[in-house]
Ligand binder design. Structure first.
Ligand code: C2E
Ligand code: CA
Ligand code: CA
Length: 405
């Protein structure tokens, strides 16, 4: 029998509370006990941190505002200790501050079950404790891999990878919020290096963009994706054709006759231009603003769709949205993923969807990981959803098997 695991499981039912208000602490303690938890309470932050080490509770309830050491500092110290307990943040401060504290705790790698704004009801406490009971059984949230050694990618390595055909494409489905039906896929680049293993796009797309290789890489990935996509079964009569979304770095637009190339490939594979969506990020990185406007307008004139990716972050700004002829707006996943716990994020998601609709654009939300997020998007009348709840990016064959295509 695995004794360590058993001890951990027992600890799941241990709640440790720190709150400078004794009344609040005792109330939490008695609700938890009624829910079958062993519960201890202290008013002192240092004592709390000691008990975390000694008693090893599975659930922690932390008040944000305390004299001496505030809850933010406690969360930071827990992060340093790599605490794996399920954390509930309590406080009477406004929700913006509570939101920010929870975000920072997540950045520190803590597993946050939720917030408990004061005054709270017995039901609120019971619900959160119930959540800890279930969610902590999967262990703590995966830590951000900030310290993971990422391979040094340079132009020579990229060139070799292109020459040796080390890139492939995975496809992530996108569904209609209204009825959950499959609308299409986004093509995502993958690099399988024989020694370094799988290198994620975040580690090589930016490098490629800084070199002269981006147009070639874009063409190569487009070729793989369009060939796969054109091989899918034709839709039944009356069904809307599926779409393929391809990420287009602004740097790919600079040098060559990309639009002509795309048109010819579409004709060759018998695809309608409106089946292809080009997702554009960092549009201001285009060195020649007028030329890029011309190019993107040509794409639209030819019937292709154009999406502004990661809207609300970096360069995907209002200026770009107004300047360029987009047909779709993609709400950045950071807002969608945090919407359940953050009123600010919900407001951003709602506003971006409303803005898109007011401009006559299609709206897609990415980073949909929970039923809650899906329901929220449906209520906001968002057109499409994409995210781990529906499916992770998969290789082409797996997609065909799963959706019978
Ligand atoms: P992106 O275009 O915003 O693509 C969505 C990213 O979010 C993908 O990461 C996808 O795997 C991830 N994702 C999808 N659903 C969820 C979810 O529910 N939760 C979470 N946590 N993540 C989700 P990936 O594949 O690592 O790609 C990262 C970025 O690399 C892409 O972000 C895109 O900007 C860039 N990229 C990928 N392929 C290409 C490409 O062929 N060309 C260019 N120019 N950029 C690419
Ligand atoms: Ca994208
Ligand atoms: Ca995105």
């Amino acid at each position: 029998m695995n004794t360590t695991k058993t001890v951990e499981n027992n600890n799941k039912k241990r709640l440790l509370i720190v709150d400078d208000d004794e009344m609040v602490g005792r109330t939490l303690q008695s609700i938890a006990r009624r829910k079958g938890f062993e519960a201890r309470f202290t008013c002192d932050a240092e004592r709390f941190l000691e008990l975390v080490e000694q008693w090893k509770p599975g659930v922690l309830a932390i008040d944000l505002v305390m004299p001496g050491m505030d809850g933010v500092e406690v969360l930071r110290r827990l992060g340093e200790k790599r605490a794996s307990a399920c954390v509930i943040v309590t406080s009477g401060v406004g929700h913006r501050v509570l939101d920010a504290a929870v975000r920072s705790a997540r950045e520190h790698g803590l597993h946050i079950a939720g917030m408990l704004p004061k005054p709270f009801s017995i039901g609120d406490v019971a619900r959160l404790l119930g959540q800890c009971d279930v969610s902590s059984s999967d262990g703590p949230a995966p830590r951000k891999q900030a310290s993971r050694t990422c391979p040094v990618v340079d132009e020579a390595l990229l060139l070799e990878a292109l020459d040796r055909d080390q890139f492939h494409v995975e496809y992530q489905p996108k569904v209609r919020c209204a009825d959950g039906s499959l609308a299409g896929f986004e093509a995502l680049a993958r690099w399988q290096h024989p020694e370094l293993g799988l290198i994620p796009p975040d580690h090589f797309i930016q490098v490629a963009e800084r070199t002269e290789l981006m147009p070639r890489l874009t063409r190569h990935l487009f070729e793989i994706a369009i060939e796969w996509f054109s091989g899918l079964q034709a839709p039944k009569a009356g069904d809307t054709p599926l779409t393929l979304a391809v990420n287009l770095s602004a740097r790919s637009l600079e040098r060559e006759d990309l639009v002509g190339h795309i048109r010819r490939r579409c004709q060759r594979f018998g695809l309608q231009p409106n089946q292809l969506i080009f997702e554009l990020t960092e549009t201001s990185a285009m060195s020649d603003a007028v030329r890029s406007l011309d190019l993107l307008t040509s794409l639209r004139v030819a019937g292709f769709q154009l999406s502004i990716d990661d809207f609300g972050t970096g360069y995907s700004s209002m200026v770009q949205l107004v300047r360029l002829p987009f047909s779709e707006i993609k709400v950045d996943k950071s807002f969608v993923m945090s919407a359940e716990f953050s009123e600010e994020s919900r407001t951003v998601v709602r506003s971006v969807i409303e803005l898109g609709k007011a401009l006559g654009l299609e709206t897609t939300a990415e980073g949909v990981e929970t039923e809650w997020a899906m329901d929220f998007l449906c209520a906001m009348d968002c057109d499409y959803a994409q995210g781990f709840l529906i499916a992770r990016p998969l290789d082409g064959q797996a997609v065909q098997r799963r959706w019978n295509l």
